[in-house]
Design a protein around this ligand. Structure first.
Ligand code: HEC
Ligand code: HEC
Length: 256
């Protein structure tokens, strides 16, 4: 056998060995499923973006913004709510509103570890913990003052509303071209007092509503003003939202 032939043969063997190694390491031979497309059981999903898109985007909007449900994708909101409250709300839901309980033990569809992944993901993707370090934010939960103080709180809330809110929502909250009514009975029937408080503190920067410190009257709202405005708005709830319809269109002469 000639030396040249021997070299060619050994080169060929080396090439064969390399291609066998390369091809067997390659997972995308025709007909072989891509590992990324393999079915993952819903209770095994741990990726934040996948969890948020599948469970939350429909109400809270993409990136937690511009949805019909409250703003979540906002550094001020996330610093004000904090991980403990977020975990509690996502686990238990908000009774009396359309925010469902997600924890499996509460009838939801997510495991506690998945809820932790959602909370950590919201903070990591949309929060800016450093920006609010050392800054005092209004507490997440407001005080309401006992019933004895309620009438006063409402009166004060009405006054604060004129200072901070009326320029966009109108003096009686009926709305202006800049913003809608905040006393609309159907709106108040679907939102909790805490939901109102969150709107006042964090605002809706995604929709053009400023946060509690940015109402351009030269100072932020105080804790008491925030609580009073919420008390005043909540006092506008009606017992039977939707009832005016039957008065507006009476079945005159048509009763069976
Ligand atoms: C069917 C609609 C719906 C879905 C789905 C939904 N939410 Fe909500 N969520 C709401 C509504 C409505 C509220 C406001 C409740 C209120 O008035 O306090 C809310 C409130 C919240 C709040 C509290 C806001 C505050 O005031 O501090 C958090 C946090 C939250 N949702 C997170 C989530 C996460 C995370 C998911 C997905 C796992 C999710 N939500 C899915 C409708 C929804
Ligand atoms: C610069 C204008 C502006 C000011 C000032 C303002 N708002 Fe708003 N507000 C808006 C806009 C815009 C929206 C979103 C669109 C809409 O509801 O019409 C909104 C929405 C809201 C909502 C609904 C939030 C939601 O998540 O759906 C509430 C509640 C509210 N405002 C209360 C208040 C209160 C209380 C004040 C005063 C403390 C206030 N606003 C001040 C413009 C304003």
């Amino acid at each position: 056998m000639s030396a040249a032939r021997e070299t060619r043969r050994s080169r060929f063997r080396a090439l064969l060995a390399v291609s066998v190694v390369v091809l067997s390491a390659c997972d995308s031979l025709p007909g072989k499923p891509d590992p990324a497309d393999r079915y993952v059981r819903p209770d095994a999903v741990m990726d934040f973006e996948t969890l948020f898109a599948a469970n939350c985007t429909g109400c809270h909007g993409e990136g937690g913004r511009q949805g019909p449900a409250p703003l979540l994708g906002d550094p001020l909101y996330l610093a004000y709510a904090g991980p403990r409250e977020l975990r509690r709300i996502v686990s238990d839901g908000v009774p009396g509103t359309s925010m469902p309980a997600f924890l499996d033990e509460k009838g939801g569809t997510l495991r506690a570890a998945q809820i932790d992944a959602l909370v950590a993901g919201m903070q990591a993707s949309w929060g800016m913990a450093g920006r609010f370090a050392g800054r005092r934010l209004p507490p997440y939960r407001g005080t309401r003052g006992g019933d004895a103080g309620l009438a006063y709180a409402r009166a004060r809330g009405r006054a604060s509303f004129q200072i901070f809110c009326a320029k966009c929502h109108a003096a009686q909250g009926g709305g202006t071209p800049k913003a809608g009514s905040v006393f609309e009975p159907s709106f108040l029937a679907l939102v909790s007092d805490q939901g109102l408080r969150t709107a006042v503190v964090a605002g809706r920067p995604d929709l053009g509503m400023p946060a509690y410190y940015a109402h351009a009257v030269g100072r932020p709202m105080s804790d008491e003003e925030i609580a009073d405005v919420v008390t005043w708005m909540a006092a506008h709830r009606v017992e039977f939202p939707g009832r005016p319809f039957s008065q507006a269109a009476p079945f005159v002469g048509k009763e069976p």
